[in-house]
Ligand binder design. Sequence first.
Ligand SMILES: NC(=O)NCCC[C@H](N)C(=O)O
Length: 260
Amino acid sequence: MDARHALVRRPSSRLAAGLVTHIERSEDVDADRALAQWFGYVDALHEAGWTTHEVAPAEDCPDSVFVEDTMVVYGDLAVIARSGADVRRAEAAAAEEAVRAQGYRVARIEAPGTLDGGDVLKHGETVWVGLGGRTNEDGVEQLRAHLAPLGAEVVAVPLTKVLHLKSAVTALPDGTVIGFAPLVDDPSVWGEAFLAVPEEPGAHVVLLGDDTVLMSAAAPETAALLEDRGLRVVAVDVSEFEKLEGCVTCLSVRLRGRPG
Ligand SMILES: NC(=O)NCCC[C@H](N)C(=O)O
């Protein structure tokens, strides 16, 4: 992997008021513990050689820590999302400012399109987009138009069982797409490349390097399975974010092809 930079955004003290859609609301989201977990996550990025850049915090936006949802970065272009949850739209402006400061060109998903960055899974030149939750057809079409000149193929994927596509599936460095089968609408999208994992929190990995993945500490069996495949696993406790349907992917935007 080349340049290793990532955007992160520290949690609002109002995190407990974040949105919950597919799971029961937990009454015990602890904002202090969440902040400690967020520092643990950021430390794990640093230890793996990543430099982090903070998007200005947004106290009034309980879900702002889930910075992944504010954009899709491909090549030298950042497509600023227009969340399918209108209460989250205020998060985008500061995220745009932060990614511009890293040298990216910017495009935007415009109304009536909606798209959340968490619905977008990239591997190589293929970009799968979950359709049916926070992202609509117009949002997919706009993303396709923005990314086509960069050589990306955008593929819409049905999504009904979880919040975002990357709540269901993520990709390993070799292109294997992992998911917890009961929550994946149509694994046949990935054919032989799909690998079922034994735990729901095990479906989410952040690629930290060519052979290293970051994942939730709540998925020890999946961690062992990935280690058997030759990967190094860095596990972090993100329990407070998981109570709000967040996972390791949504806490950062990795800027792998940073222009600047
Ligand atoms: N990309 C992600 O998985 N984001 C998680 C967002 C969770 C937040 N509570 C929401 O419902 O928008």
